[in-house]
Structures are given as C-alpha cells and as structure tokens.
Ligand binder design. Structure first.
Ligand SMILES: Cc1ncc(COP(=O)(O)O)c(C=O)c1O
Length: 443
C-alpha cells in the first residue's frame, strides 16, 4: 500500500518539485510536471553522487593513475548493475553504453544490416520515430497493424511473419507506447517472433522506467534479444542510454563509429578491433552519465519497480476517471483496459488546438504537458483517423495547426492532487472554448 507518507518519501528523492515558475499574469506558481514521457527530473542522489565522485573523476580505459583505474572500474561494474536491473546475462549479452535509445536502435540497425541482402524488419504502426526511421534506408520495413483502440494486432504480426518467412531478421516494437501508454505483450511477441526464426528488439524507453522488465534467459522462447532504454527518462540525465544485445551480434567486424577506444592495434593499413562492448563505445566514455544511471537504478530498485507500477497505474486510473466526463474531451487509446498501460494519456478537446490547451495549462496553472505528435506521426494519424488526403494536406502546409494531441505523462512522484488541478483547469477550458480560442499562441 503506497500511503501519503511513503509517497512523500519518494517525492523527497526528486529534484525540483517545489520550483516556482512564472504564470502568464506575472504571478509565480509551483510547477507541475506532467511531461515525464519526454524526460524526468533527476533524483537528488544522482546529482549528489556526481558531485561526490567529481574529485575522483578521470579517464576511462586510458590511464594508469589511481583515479583513472577507479573510474574505469566503476564504469565496468555498472554494466553488471544494468544487467541485473533488467535480468540480462553478462556472459551472453553485451551491455553497451550509448547516448540514448535513439542511438541504441541506430546501432542495431547498422549491425544487422547486410548490404547484399535486403532483409525485412517488422516494426509497428505505434512506434516512436526512433524505432522506425533508423530501419528505413537499410531494410524493407513493414508495419504490424493496430486495432481501432490503438493496440498492436498480434494476428497481423503472425500474418506478416508468415508472409516474409526467413527474410525477417527482426521484430522491433515499443515495450510501451509514448502516445497511449499501451504496454505490448513483449514475451508473447518474443514467442511468436522466435517461432519464425526472427529476433526481437524491445524499445524500452517508456517501459523500463515504469515496470520491472525481465529479458529472460536465451533458452526461453520468450526471451528478449535486444533491449534499449534511456537514462534521462528514469531520473538520470547526463546523456546516457543502454543497448543490450547478444554478444555474437557485436563480435565480428567494424563498429559504425570508429576511433579512440575501439581498437587493439592499428597500422596505416591494418586495424585489429577491440572486443565489444568497448569496440561499440567510440571515444571517451560518459562516466558521469553511467554514475547517474547506476544511482538511479539503485533508487528505483530500493523503491521497487512493482511498487512504482502499482502506484502509477493508480494515477492513470484516477486520471482517466476524472478526465473522461469533461465536456468534448476525447481520450485516445484503450481506456477500459488500463492494466496494461503505463501512466500516459493523450487527449483533445473538440475545436480547441492541442497547442493552445498546452499553452493555457502552462500560462495559467504552471502545468507542463506536451502537445503535438510526440515523434510518432504515423500512430497519431491513425488514432486521429486522418485520411490519406488529410495527411497530404498537413504535409504540404507543415505549419500549425498541425493535427495532434495533448499528452499527460506521470512519474513516480506525481500526485492525485496535481491531477485534480489539471482536471479543474481542463473543465474551465472546455466550458469556455470561446474565451480560450484566441487567447494563446500554441507553444
Ligand atoms: C517509445 C520511445 N522510443 C524511443 C524514444 C527515443 O528516446 P531518446 O530521445 O532518449 O533517444 C522515445 C522518446 O521519447 C520514446 O518515447
């Protein structure tokens, strides 16, 4: 049971919850952050550990000095912490530190690519652009369809696997959508993909910070082959991301970025590549990012990912219940079946541009939300039911008002009281559309 005292202890771990920001009328108000799907505020301990470590900070894998050895050790040990957080296995997986999920997926796209044999990638209609665009120039990409609630259709996955047969090298899907919060049944999908000889990549950017993830052992048909996620969405900014994948994939050949740290030996006409993961981490590694991530994992583990999931589920359930009666509101996605949904909800209010609603929330209530298409244009177009002609019209007149949505996304520190403030404001906006229509320029 997550009671008020426990929640307060969680809140005390997060930076900036009391920050006051200016409203449109010049007054100051405590900011409410409902944009956690974009990025979360850091944990206080993340900042503290970085400051505490700063006197010891030194080069990684490059120095003989004490500080350098300590830095290298901490960096390498963090791979084990990441691995146990998502139940990877360091003897069969490479745990590679990258910049973010986007870089991680680009890396896999490069690694699986065979220029002489155009393979098939199955991604889905609900993907973030970071799990769609990296595949497009190197593979034949097909998209697993969604149903009318925006959920992935597993029968379509199976049909497409049958259609393309052994040409499918990878199924790649979001663990959870950044638009609707829908959680995909990743282990069921793994079972299906493996049955057809394909590997599975789970884009964990929106799942890993909100639920416990288990990659499962390779011998299990439900295992996840590749997992990607970002530190900045789990209270650990400083530019760190994770790619976990089978060692065999990174064993041979050159990495896509070459340079310092990627080699064992070089002459003018010869290169002997280092072993992975070092080979895959060109240039000086991001130790401060790794310290941030490692600290965040400690805190998330101490709080308990299951507790976080339960609490955030209660928040989304509450939010949907309170938002649904607002006049002219349209909530997107599956609002009946909330049990497999992370705490993200996207909506529109009829005849009011999404950007205007986001501006009003910011200027009048100090509430931060996101508006637009959230780097998931094809999914938004489908959820909005846009016709091909509508889409073409939008593409031609790319400026506002571009069809989109308002997105609210919660973190482990948000409260029902904050949701009440949002709901009250949205009632006011919805009941007075004429007052709001020209009041703000969409952000
Ligand atoms: C589902 C999903 N995948 C990938 C990304 C890309 O993450 P990053 O910007 O950290 O690379 C995001 C970012 O919002 C996301 O929501």
């Amino acid at each position: 049971m997550i009671n008020k005292a426990l929640l307060q202890r969680w809140r005390d771990k997060v930076v900036g919850l009391d920050t006051k920001v200016p409203l449109g009328n010049g007054m100051m108000a405590t900011s409410i952050n409902f944009d956690n799907a974009a990025t979360t505020p850091p944990f206080k301990a993340v900042i503290k550990n970085i400051c505490n470590f700063a006197p010891w900070y030194s080069s990684i894998h490059r120095g003989a000095g004490y500080k350098s050895q300590l830095s290298s050790n901490i960096y390498e040990m963090a791979r084990y912490k990441v691995s146990s957080f998502v139940k990877a296995n360091p003897s069969v997986h490479d745990i590679i530190f990258v910049k973010n999920t986007t870089e991680a997926i680009n890396k896999v796209a490069y690694r699986l690519w065979d220029a002489n044999n155009k393979k098939v990638i199955l991604c889905s209609d609900m993907e973030h652009h970071s799990n769609d665009l990296p595949w497009r120039d190197k593979y034949h990409v097909d998209y697993i369809c969604i149903d009318n609630k925006g959920r992935l259709m597993l029968n379509d996955l199976e049909d497409k696997l049958q259609k393309y047969g052994d040409k499918v090298v990878l199924v790649t899907i979001a663990g959870a959508s950044n638009v609707t919060g829908h959680i995909n049944p990743i282990h069921k999908i793994a079972r299906i993909a493996h049955r057809y000889g394909a590997k599975l990549l789970v884009d964990g950017a929106q799942l890993v910070p909100h639920a416990s993830v288990d990659m499962k052992p390779f011998y299990s048909p439900e295992h996840i082959d590749f997992l990607t996620f970002s530190g900045h969405k789990m209270y650990a900014p400083f530019g760190i991301g994770i790619l976990i994948g089978p060692k065999e994939i990174f064993k041979e050949g050159a990495p896509e970025f070459t340079g310092g740290g990627t080699v064992k030996a070089v002459t003018h006409d010869f290169v002997c590549w280092a072993d992975s993961p070092n080979k895959e981490e060109a240039g000086t590694p991001n130790l401060m990012g790794v310290i941030a991530l490692s600290t965040a994992i400690d805190i998330l583990t101490a709080i308990g990912m299951d507790n976080i999931e339960v609490y955030e589920r209660a928040l989304i359930r509450y939010a949907i219940r309170r938002l649904a009666p607002i006049p002219n509101i349209q909530l997107y996605g599956d609002i009946e079946n909330i049990d497999n949904r992370v705490a993200i909800i996207s909506f529109n209010i009829k005849d009011l541009p999404h950007g205007l609603i986001a501006s009003a929330l910011s200027y009048e209530s100090a509430i931060s939300v996101r508006s637009g298409c959230f780097c998931a244009h094809p999914y938004i177009q489908k959820l909005l039911g846009l016709s091909p002609e509508d889409i073409q019209k939008q593409i031609k007149t790319i400026k506002s008002p571009y069809a989109g949505m308002v997105r609210v996304s919660f973190g482990l520190y948000n409260t029902k009281e904050e949701i009440d403030i949002l709901v009250d404001k949205l009632w006011e906006i919805a009941l007075n559309p004429d007052r709001y229509k020209d009041k703000y320029r969409p952000i």
